[in-house]
Write a protein that binds this ligand. Structure first.
Ligand code: DAH
Length: 353
């Protein structure tokens, strides 16, 4: 058989083998067997030189065309095999449930805070808010807290630049004290400042709670953090008594810490309430800590001077207020022994709640 006649059958055989290659490795092997340096087709090309002058052009043309066809078949099979490798091995089941994204969750302090708010809402309290950068008037003076009170010491409070520190000028009248008086700015040490802001804006009766962040110059340890959260409560109406206060606090703590929770009031001093009390509570969790009672909140009947400061007539209006730390409640509820855990943003801690 002449060379010219060999080209076509050889090309067909090569094409068939290339198309049948089952995977990339087999394809490369087939390529080598036909058009590699020692391939059968390459051998054919080498014989071209042995042909006569007349036969050469036609054979050359045929061989070149065949080579182009083989290269094309190789490229096509290669991309077919690559595509097959990229497709999933198993057929997709479109009826299978979707993949869920991991959901975030609320911080434990937010959860506790929301529980407290929920309990007070049942009693008709509304949530109020106020600035964390506060001035001395709202944080102290209007709350009847004198300029020489230790809470106002720069060692205890974060003062910001600007404003006039009344603790330096030793006037306890703050904002109301005349011409140059723009009171010193500070990070609020308690949410009690919001009592004043709310009462200044609305006439009585008032029934609010104020969850929020507060700041003190404490070094962080297991029970202190320079920032923490409080909830303030304020109730102003006619003929409000200590028994209203006690009944309300008892209801809320039972909601929060269980039906068997007991509370007691101890006499105390706050400059914005008279009389003032500290609230202790007791339940199984407290007993577990080896104690009978745990101090949890401060409260009292709103001081007449505070009413005067916001323009309420203390002869007509009466009220009570309280404030407590949210971390304390969260720590007791969840058995957490270090307050700093709330502020480290360690997901291993946070995802337990
Ligand atoms: N402001 C107090 C504190 O930060 C808590 C407090 C005590 C708030 C008595 C009150 C109150 O409203 O009447 O420790």
């Amino acid at each position: 058989m002449s060379l010219l006649n060999e080209i076509e059958p050889l090309k067909q055989a090569a094409l068939n083998e290339l198309k049948a290659a089952a995977d990339p490795a087999a394809l490369e092997q087939t390529k080598g067997a036909w058009i590699g340096p020692h391939g059968k087709f390459t051998a054919l090309m080498k014989q071209l030189g042995t042909l006569s002058k007349e036969e050469k052009p036609a054979a050359g043309k045929l061989i070149n065309a065949a080579k182009v066809a083989l290269e094309a078949a190789l490229a096509e099979r290669r991309s077919e095999l690559e595509l097959a490798a990229a497709l999933p091995k198993e057929p997709a089941d479109f009826s299978a449930p979707g993949r869920r994204r991991a959901l975030g969750r609320l911080h434990p302090l937010t959860q506790v805070s929301e529980d407290i708010v929920r309990a007070f809402r049942k009693l008709g309290f509304a949530v109020a808010d106020g600035p964390e950068i506060e001035d001395e008037y709202y944080c102290f003076d209007a709350l009847n807290t004198p300029a020489d009170h230790p809470a106002r010491n720069s060692q205890d409070t974060f003062y910001l630049g600007g404003g006039q520190a009344s603790r330096r000028s030793q006037t306890s009248e703050g904002k109301k004290s005349g011409a140059d008086a723009s009171p010193a700015l500070l990070l609020r040490t308690h949410t009690s400042s919001v009592q004043i802001r709310v009462m200044e804006k609305q006439p009585p009766p008032v029934r609010i709670i104020v969850p929020g962040r507060v700041y003190r110059r404490d070094n962080a340890d297991a029970t202190h953090n320079p920032t923490f959260q409080q909830i303030e409560g304020l109730y102003v109406d006619k003929n409000v008594t200590v028994s209203d206060l006690k009944g309300t606090v008892e209801f809320v703590f039972k909601e929060l810490l269980g039906e068997e929770t007991k509370i007691r009031f101890r006499p105390h001093y706050f400059s914005y309430t008279e009389p003032s009390f500290e609230i202790d509570f007791s339940n199984a969790l407290v007993k577990k800590l080896g104690k009978d009672w745990l101090e949890i909140a401060g409260c009292g009947m709103v001081h007449p001077q505070v009413f005067e400061n916001v323009g309420y007539d203390p002869e007509i209006w009466t009220g009570w207020a309280f404030g407590f730390g949210i971390e304390r409640i969260a720590m007791i509820r969840y058995g957490i022994n270090d307050i700093r855990l709330f502020y480290e943003n360690d997901v291993r801690f946070l995802k337990q709640f």
